[in-house]
Design a protein around this ligand. Structure first.
Ligand SMILES: Cc1cc2nc3c(=O)[nH]c(=O)nc-3n(C[C@H](O)[C@H](O)[C@H](O)COP(=O)(O)O)c2cc1C
Length: 349
């Protein structure tokens, strides 16, 4: 962390390619991209929580091609971010992605991340997402073509392979290096695993050991202690936290030793302010209900609270219910989450 912070300062005058994009990260505890979640409001909140790097949810290159307003909205970046922010794309061809990056540039993003981890059928059927990992030689051509066509730094996020018999991670990381990518983030599961089983951190450590570019480890981090341990034990350059930040959005502050001063109500109010600047009433209600439910997870009465949430028809009602609930549980110990506990067992990476 300090190493990155100090190199961030000392290297800031160098061109990005020379300094390395990663030296501009605030620290080594990053927010993982999550579709339907890591929008501009959530990223801003996690920026305030001191997440080391922020990445948008996955955005379809074709969607941008057709100039969809909704797709553009997904890439919006808040004012004056405290660290680097990337936009994640997926697409069938490198040409589609190159064209989409022209639009990404207008958002002020610091880098473009390619999704090679999405296990969803609709995506892999088209040869996108995790399907790209089945042919590392093609992957190198794919990434090299993108790299040559864009000015923004390029990064990738992968899984460990297609399935247990096709653990192509080493070859794919080499392909990313040969193509000039800045780093590879690895969700330590195969495509076949989906979200089942455990992330394979031994394999992530092995990849880090061999790799010639920075490696970011990801999968199943639930607490600041776990995050720090993973970082230290595997030697990865940073760790990404996804679902763990939904139940505990203070996790990034805890990782860097800043007093998190947990107040769910204060956090919800800040989130609501961001939502009001970006969405219509209906979307505000949906997003606020979701976030409130995650915050309640693990406390006694959380299931009933969640049910009540879905009977609220205005943001004011949600806030009232939330205030009642979080006041009641305020003196209880913070919930700990077991590895075995299922929570959001699906996503795009
Ligand atoms: C709801 C949800 C949506 C996700 N969307 C994306 C996505 O858009 N792009 C991506 O690369 N990964 C996506 N992922 C995967 C996460 O970035 C991460 O790799 C995965 O959840 C494992 O990390 P975690 O255990 O810290 O959550 C998603 C995961 C979830 C749960």
């Amino acid at each position: 962390m300090n190493l990155m912070q100090s190199s961030h300062l000392s290297d800031s005058s160098l061109p990005q390619t020379q300094a390395g994009l990663i030296t501009r990260a605030r620290g080594p505890f990053w927010l993982a991209p999550m579709a339907g979640i890591t929008d501009v409001c959530f990223r801003q909140l996690m920026d305030e929580m001191l997440a080391g790097v922020l990445i948008s949810e996955l955005v379809s290159a074709k969607g941008l091609f057709y100039n969809s307003e909704k797709t553009r909205k997904m890439m919006r970046i808040h004012k004056n971010p405290g660290t680097i922010v990337g936009v994640q794309l997926f697409g069938e061809s490198p040409e589609d992605i190159v064209q989409a990056v022209n639009v990404v540039e207008e958002t002020g993003a610091d880098f473009v991340d390619i999704n090679m981890g999405c296990p969803v059928k609709k995506v892999v059927k088209k040869g996108c997402g995790a399907a790209l990992m089945r042919d590392p030689a093609y992957l190198e051509t794919f990434l090299s073509t993108i790299k040559k066509g864009i000015r923004l730094p390029l990064t990738v996020k992968m899984r460990t392979g297609w399935n247990e018999n096709e653990l192509t991670i080493h070859e794919c990381v080499q392909a990313a290096y040969n193509s000039g990518c800045e780093w590879v983030a690895i969700h330590g599961r195969t495509r076949a695993q989906g979200y089942e089983g455990k992330a394979n951190w031994d394999l992530i450590a092995e990849v880090k050991n061999r790799a010639k570019l920075p490696i970011i480890g990801n999968g199943d981090i639930r607490s600041a202690d776990q995050a720090k341990r993973r970082l230290q034990d595997t030697g990865v350059d940073a760790v990404m936290i996804g679902r763990g930040a939904l139940r505990n959005p203070w996790i990034f502050k805890e990782c860097v030793g800043v007093d998190a001063q947990r107040s769910s109500i204060e956090l919800l109010n800040r989130y609501l302010n961001g939502l009001r600047e970006n969405y219509d009433t209906r979307s505000i209600l949906i997003l606020l209900r979701k976030f409130s439910s995650w915050l309640a997870f693990g406390y006694p009465g959380a299931a009933k609270f969640r049910k009540n949430m879905f009977e609220c028809y205005s943001a004011a009602e949600v806030m009232q219910q939330a205030e009642n609930f979080f006041n009641q549980v305020a003196r209880l110990p913070t919930p700990c989450f077991e590895d075995s506990e299922a929570f959001m067992m699906g996503g795009h990476g």
